[in-house]
Design a protein around this ligand. Structure first.
Ligand SMILES: [Zn+2]
Length: 411
């Protein structure tokens, strides 16, 4: 940037460059004078740090229009086109695969059908082929990948799926995602539960001023994430948010978790399909139930509303304990939001403390099908663009070496 020659590298010289990038990311374009004042260092130190960041193309400069009679000053800004993030939300029936820039904005995405029963290795082959094709279609090399974010279903979901197929969930080695993808792209891999990732994205994009938000996934099964100050709560065993396995009254049906009378057995998409099938209706997927409800079928409307009421009852404990500002609903069932939300409100008002249930906002996802991959990309960016991680990247000139042991969310 300032000099064409590569800069000599030492940790002492580079230290502080990551912090400078944070300033540019959060405050927008700045001049050298502004950066020197903000960081309380000399102009020459700022220029040196800008040179390191410029060599990595992660900062670019332009000339701002002159104010008054002074010479126009160069301004420096974060360049979100300097790298790519690969993101995937692994679902039991399909994977949403995306490539994003360094802001987490989706450059391209695709829904890839997968056969979970064939195991993780086969799925990884499909994923890497898809990632490669998408990166190539963007006319970018794989070497621009700075990190990979993977959202995966919960253990209970996997067990349920495996049980239905009569297969073994143990063949699902999550570490395989880390080792295979890391080796392929020479970039760090970060995993989290898909529900945590979509909650992270919804919070960041729309609700970053609230202290507590709850995100419920209402699909084939029911799951939830609790986000406090932007961070998903995981719990001692990573099992926080298992809303689908809260016991509800009036049922004793066996659940995939091994228990009886769980919310999943009466209010999940899967339960609705079973219920309507038993009453003689020809449905095989929750999306068909939702379509019937939206077309005015009274049985489907009644079932969806009753499921909502059950979900609201289960959520009432969550609302009483945490007093969230917002409950964000995501998943197939939310396409029937009129009936569903009426039911959820009914359940909440019946069971939760009036002060809490009246104040909580109940909303549909704003990011829709892309929430999971947006969250996966944000997880990657939070880690690799962290000030210390970025200093390490500039020193080693490798995204992979800068994050040698990505913090896992799973044991
Ligand atoms: Zn259960």
């Amino acid at each position: 940037m300032q000099n064409a020659e590569p800069q000599p590298r030492s940790a002492a010289l580079i230290e502080g460059s990551g912090h400078l990038l944070q300033l540019l990311r959060h405050r927008g374009a700045q001049t050298i004078t502004e950066l020197a004042a903000e960081m309380d260092v000399s102009r020459s130190t700022v220029i040196q740090r800008l040179d390191f960041l410029g060599e990595a193309h992660i900062v670019e400069s332009s000339v701002a229009a002159a104010l008054g009679r002074g010479r126009p000053a160069a301004v420096y800004q974060f360049n979100p086109r300097a790298g790519l993030v690969l993101a995937v939300q692994v679902g039991l029936t399909g994977c949403r695969v995306a490539v994003t820039d360094l802001l987490g904005d989706v450059l391209s995405n695709e829904l890839v059908s997968v056969d979970f029963a064939r195991g993780a290795a086969v799925l990884l082959d499909t994923l890497t082929d898809t990632f490669d094709a998408m990166v190539t279609a963007l006319d970018r090399p794989n070497s621009e990948v700075v990190g990979i974010g993977v959202g995966i279903p919960s253990v209970v979901e996997l067990q349920n799926y495996a049980r239905n197929l009569g297969t073994d969930v143990q063949s699902w080695d999550r570490n395989l995602f880390r080792t295979v993808l890391r080796a392929r792209y020479d970039a760090p891999v970060f995993l989290d539960l898909d529900v945590n990732l979509l909650a992270r994205a919804e919070w960041r994009m729309s609700w970053s001023s609230v202290e507590v938000c709850v995100c419920v996934k209402l699909g084939t099964l029911i799951d939830a994430a609790i986000v406090v100050h932007g961070n998903p709560v995981r719990g001692a065993s990573g099992l926080a948010g298992e809303l689908g396995h809260i016991k509800v009254s009036g049922t004793n049906t066996a659940c995939s978790c091994g228990g009886f009378g769980c919310l999943d057995t009466v209010a999940s998409g899967d339960a609705l399909v079973q219920e309507l099938k038993a009453s003689g209706m020809d449905v095989s997927h929750v999306s068909e139930v939702v379509a019937l409800a939206n077309n005015g079928d009274p049985r489907a409307i009644r079932s969806v509303r009753e499921a909502g009421r059950r979900i609201g009852e289960a959520l009432s404990s969550v609302v009483n304990l945490l007093n969230p500002s917002v409950i964000i609903a995501w998943g197939y069932l939310t396409d029937a939001d009129t009936s569903l939300f009426a039911g959820i409100r009914e359940g909440l008002y019946q069971k939760a403390l009036p002060g809490s249930s009246e104040d909580v906002q109940l909303v549909k996802t704003k990011l829709g099908a892309l929430a999971g991959v947006r969250g996966a990309a944000l997880l990657v960016l939070d880690e690799v663009l962290d000030a210390d991680a970025l200093d390490r990247m500039l020193l080693t000139q490798s995204w992979s070496q800068a994050s040698p042991n990505p913090v896992g969310t799973f044991a």
